[in-house]
Structure formats: C-alpha cells, structure tokens
Design a protein around this ligand. Structure first.
Ligand code: UD1
Length: 417
C-alpha cells in the first residue's frame, strides 16, 4: 500500500492548477445513463473514485472513450444491465446515484445498498422514499434495492434533511418522469447546480437548482451534450489551508472563489490575505495564524469536507478554537492522528476543542478517510521532521496528482510504494 512521506517546514509558494470537482463529476457520470446519445465531458479529474464509477457504468453496457487528458465520451446506447453489484458499491457510496437514472431510463434497477462508512451510518432512505413518491415499487432484499416502475410520475418530495446525493439522485430520476416534480429542502451545493446545468444541456427542464426548491418538468427523452465539470472547491480549499498553515503564498488557477465564501471568510479570520480574480484565487499567509472556530452545515454554510483541514490549521494556530461537526456523527477520526503529531485536541461528542501548540512533530500516522487524509497532509507540511502517512489510497480517491502539485509548490513530499 502506498504511503506519503512528507518533510515538513517549507512554506508553499507558487502556482498550481485545480482539477475538476470529484463531487460534480460523479453524479454527472451517472447522468449519461439517462440518454442513448453520447455525453461528452471535459475537465474530468483523474481520480480513483472516477475510475470506480466508470467501471460501474461500463459493466452496465456504457461505452467509455477517453478524449485527451481530461475528456470523456460516454455512450449509453447499449445500456443493458441496470445492476450495481455490492463489490463495486461498497468501495464508493456515490454509486447509489446510478439508482435514479436507471429506474428512469430502464424502468428497473438493482443497486446494492452502500452500507455505513468510516464517517457515519449514512443511510439512503431519502433516495428510496423519493423514488417511491414518484411511483417506483421498491423492495430491499439481500442487501439490494430493487426498483421497478413503468414510468416514474412527477411528485412533490420533501426530504427529511438536506442530502446532496439524495437531491442529485432524485433530480436525475425526475427529468424523465411524467409531469412535474418538486424537491423541497433540496441541497443547494454548487455541484447540484453543475449537474442541473448538464441535465439542461441534455434537454432536461430543471429550474431552481442552487435553491432549496427545485422544480423539474419531466421530458420524454434526453439527448447528447457537451459539458465541462466545475472546478473542485474542496481541493481549492485544501491547498489554501496548506499554504496558510505553512506561512506560504500561492496562486491557484482554473478555479473560482465563487463557491468558497464560507471558507475564505474563515481564512481571512486566521489573518491570511485572500484575493480572487475570475478564475484565480491567491493566498498570502501571516507568520502565525489565529485560531478560528467553525461549525459545519449544508451549503452555503461551512462544508463538512473542509472541517478536518481546519482542525489541522487550528492545531498550530494562536489560541483555542471549537470545531462543531453537524453533518456526520463520526467525523473526527483525524483528531487522534493529529494528536500523535503533538496537537492538543479534546473531543466531546460533536465538538472538538483545539488549542494551538507552537509546533507539531513528524510521526507515522494513518489516513482514515478522504478529508482526514488531507488534514494529515496539511499537518505533515507544517510539522518538524518527517511525517509518514499510511493508507493514502483515500487521498487518491479525491486529490488528483497531489504529490506532484505539492512538489510544484515547493513541498518535500514523496510517495513510498
Ligand atoms: C455528499 C458528498 C460528501 C459530503 C456530503 C455533505 C458527494 C459524492 N459526496 O455526500 O463529500 O461530505 O455530501 O456535504 O457528493 N442522510 C440520511 N438519509 C439519506 C441521505 C442522507 O440520513 O437518505 C444523512 C447522512 O447520513 C448525513 C446527512 O444526511 O448525516 C447529509 O448527507 P448527504 O448530504 O446525503 O451526504 P452525501 O450526499 O452522501
């Protein structure tokens, strides 16, 4: 298993390109299942989660053609196996997003339940209830969701909580349903908007994406389209944190500050200077950051996917901060690893109190999930001496060429095989 060896202490300096957003690309790959015509995608990040999704849809009969380094053509004309087997779904929960498109296009789907994951139980009851409201017959048997319907019917769906992939799954199902679907309490994440834009380019009629009230007029058929995936706001935020904590000065290109307000506000509170132009965002860090408290919440609130990175920042900042996680029940596993590096963190249920220490010391630590891994990289970059991060396959799921990008910014980072 690959490990990452980081020699900390060098401020990050320079410029790197941000990749396409993993969390926008994953639902958009599923959207290809809705049409028999080719979907041409650009700015697709090369990540393990993307390869997993491509393998999953390929075994359903989708023809996948690479087009240059970041392009893909997906042709679902031959879609003949609306099944998502456990072996594939268990490695990536986002696989559940094939359910909506498959039922809508094929009238049938058999998709394995994803089960829990390291950060919490993460049920998919809202996805299932929404499809039932649209008239799908759903049986959950032997760990699989088996959905059948002649044609989905428009419905008014009010989700019990804000769910990102739930909103995306139901939106994809509704585009081919008979009549109007309204999703209330919808997730407002920018990735939901990117999916809606792609669906509309394919001939769908989705309005209100980006608000909590999405209205979809079902159509008979969708056609092919070309769509460029939005920049990854979490990758952007992660590099900004890495630069901030090392006292660096970086410029991130091919990105946008538009969707990062809540993160930028917090970085400004730490004392960093952040400037944004149209597709560039720059950060200059002070010698020592001020501690900042954060509370995660659905967009436009502070993203849970940036919580771990801010815990790393606070570990060496001046003062004490409280980090409150409200989305997932078990998302503090990085804390014990940060403590191994010398951080002062006390966990009490969903609150973590972090008191900044003058410095962290390198050690061997273990990555437990994607964003936890990112926080360990950030901590390793500022720690004195060497930090060895084990199980970095989590990082490869969500950060494209991370060691190459960090090296370009002057960090001493090496993959150990
Ligand atoms: C997505 C993101 C993930 C991010 C998360 C929250 C993708 C591929 N993943 O995950 O990176 O951390 O949003 O911003 O986009 N819930 C239920 N029942 C459901 C659905 C959700 O109880 O049917 C709960 C979850 O357990 C969680 C909360 O709702 O506590 C929010 O989860 P959700 O927004 O669905 O997260 P994901 O879409 O899985």
């Amino acid at each position: 298993m690959d490990k990452l060896l980081i020699h900390g202490g060098t401020p990050l300096f320079g410029e790197v390109d941000i990749s396409g957003a993993k969390n926008a690309a994953l639902p958009i790959l599923c959207a290809c299942l809705l049409t028999a015509e080719p979907l041409h995608l650009r700015n697709v990040p090369q990540l393990n989660d993307i390869s997993t999704m491509l393998r999953l849809i390929a075994q359903m009969g989708v023809e996948v053609t690479m087009d240059g380094s970041d392009g893909l053509i997906l042709d679902s004309r031959g879609l003949n196996n609306p099944v998502a087997p456990y072996d594939m779904v268990k490695t990536m929960r986002a696989s559940i997003m094939v359910l909506g498109p498959l039922v809508a296009r094929c009238g049938e789907a058999r998709v394995s339940l994803p089960g829990g994951c390291a950060i919490g139980a993460r049920p998919v009851d809202q996805h299932i209830k929404g499809l039932q409201a649209m008239g799908a017959e759903i049986l959950v048997e032997q760990g699989y969701v088996h959905a059948t319907v002649k044609r989905l019917k428009g419905a008014r769906i009010i989700t019990d909580m804000v769910t990102v992939t739930g909103t995306e799954n139901l939106m994809m199902a509704a585009v081919l349903a008979d009549g109007e679907t309204i999703i209330e309490n919808a997730a407002r994440e920018p990735e939901v908007v990117d999916l809606a834009n792609c669906l509309n380019a394919m001939g769908a009629r989705v309005a209100g994406a980006g608000t909590d009230h999405i209205v979809i007029q079902g159509v008979e058929l969708l056609h092919g389209a070309t769509h460029s995936i939005m920049p990854d706001r979490i990758e952007t935020g992660t590099y900004l944190c890495a630069a901030a904590v090392t006292g660096g000065n970086i410029r991130l290109t091919n990105t946008s500050a538009t969707y990062l307000d809540s993160v930028v506000v917090k970085l400004l509170e730490t004392g960093c200077e952040v400037t944004a132009e149209s597709n560039v965002i720059s950060l200059k860090a002070p010698p020592r950051l001020k501690a900042v408290s954060v509370r995660t919440s659905p967009y436009p609130g502070f993203p849970t996917d940036m919580q771990a990175q801010f815990m790393a920042i606070n570990s060496v900042a001046d003062g004490t901060a409280v980090i409150r996680e409200t989305i997932f029940e078990n998302r503090f596993m990085h804390a014990v690893e940060l403590i191994r590096l010398g951080a002062d963190i006390k966990i009490d249920a969903s609150n973590a109190t972090v008191t900044g220490v003058p410095h962290l010391d390198g050690a061997t630590v273990m990555a437990t999930d994607l964003r936890a891994s990112a926080s360990l990289v950030i901590a390793g970059l500022v720690a004195q001496g060497e930090t060895l991060i084990e199980r970095i396959y989590h990082l490869d799921r969500g950060y494209e060429r991370i060691e190459e990008k960090l090296t370009r910014l002057g960090a001493s980072v090496r993959r150990v095989r």
